[in-house]
Design a protein around this ligand. Structure first.
Ligand code: SF4
Length: 295
């Protein structure tokens, strides 16, 4: 009998739930008004959710800078946050509702503090990610590293003081590796683990689950940093497919032995209905395969 296990920590995290609730509440209270609602880029990295929000009149701008050209409306700042002082440049007819995740806000405050202390700020992250672009704006000359190799390339003088933190959805394993290295070369460095708890819990659970599964399906936006990270972790232990919806699942993937285990986990920006769809499809296909094998 093929077993299917769904990770307990799957689907919307606290920050995403909060941002979507804020946007949906605005849209339902906005029915009679002609004030359009915008988000500065996708409110979360999940194309299916963005499509759903569009049906509720919530318009996704391509990039934050597009908000500068708006004539009027409400701009909802997404979970990843925005660059410091950005909103001060908006036309006065555009009001702002901040849905930045509080964990991202905390990371922004830490960068600000480290910068004020005159420390060289080093951020583990993806330099093109909107959250990291926002974090960088809180420092004069912060540096972004993506791994320990990158970190080792940075020239640090004897007099320089270091402050180290992470994009909220980075790998805890890489963060700890870099932290250990920094502590060795600069014992007085200030290190802040800003990876949010839901991210580290999901990573831990995906690692444990992948170790016992023959196949892992990681469900979530292909552009979602936290989902990509889950897929990278799972790939270290088993055959892994990163999918956005059930439609991508191929029957060929499940040509498994009896007693095989299939694991399903989802990123923090994946809605419950997509996870349910995936589970339904996997159940259906595995039953079909088992039936054909028993004939
Ligand atoms: S993954 Fe963490 S930091 Fe990102 S929105 Fe969710 S709770 Fe906030």
């Amino acid at each position: 009998m093929i077993k299917i296990i769904v990770a307990k920590n799957s689907g919307f995290c606290f920050g995403v739930k909060r941002a979507i609730e804020i946007a949906e509440k605005l849209s339902s209270g906005n029915k009679k008004s002609s004030n359009p609602i915008y988000t500065n880029g996708p409110i979360i990295h999940n194309p299916q959710v963005i499509k759903h929000l569009k049906t509720k009149g919530i318009i996704t701008l391509q990039k934050s800078e597009d908000a500068l050209d708006l004539k009027k409306g409400i701009l909802v700042i997404r979970t990843h946050g925005i660059k410091k002082k950005f909103t001060t440049n908006l036309p006065p007819t555009v009001s702002v509702v901040d849905a930045t995740c509080p964990f991202v806000k905390r990371a922004q405050e830490i960068v600000k503090k480290l910068n004020a202390e005159g420390r060289k700020v080093i951020i583990l992250g993806d330099s093109n990610h909107p959250e990291v672009e926002g974090l960088l704006s809180y420092s004069d000359d912060a540096i972004v590293v993506k791994d320990l190799k990158d970190m080792k390339k940075i020239h640090i003088t004897d007099r320089e003081k270091i402050g180290f933190l992470s994009q909220t959805t980075q790998s805890t394993e890489i963060f700890h590796k870099i932290s250990r290295y920094i502590k060795k070369i600069k014992p007085d460095a200030l290190i802040y683990d800003t990876i949010c708890r839901t991210t580290s819990e999901r990573q831990r659970e995906v690692e444990q689950l992948s170790r016992k599964c023959d196949i892992m399906l990681i469900v979530g936006g292909k552009n979602s940093a936290n989902t990509q990270r889950l897929a990278e972790i799972a790939r270290q232990y088993t055959i892994t497919y990163h999918i956005e919806t059930a439609r991508e699942i191929s029957k060929k993937w499940f040509n498994l032995k009896k007693n095989s285990v299939i694991g399903i986990a989802a990123g923090a920006s994946t809605p419950e209905w997509i996870i349910k769809d995936v589970l339904k499809r996997v159940r259906y296909l595995t039953k079909q395969i088992q039936r054909s094998k028993s004939k």
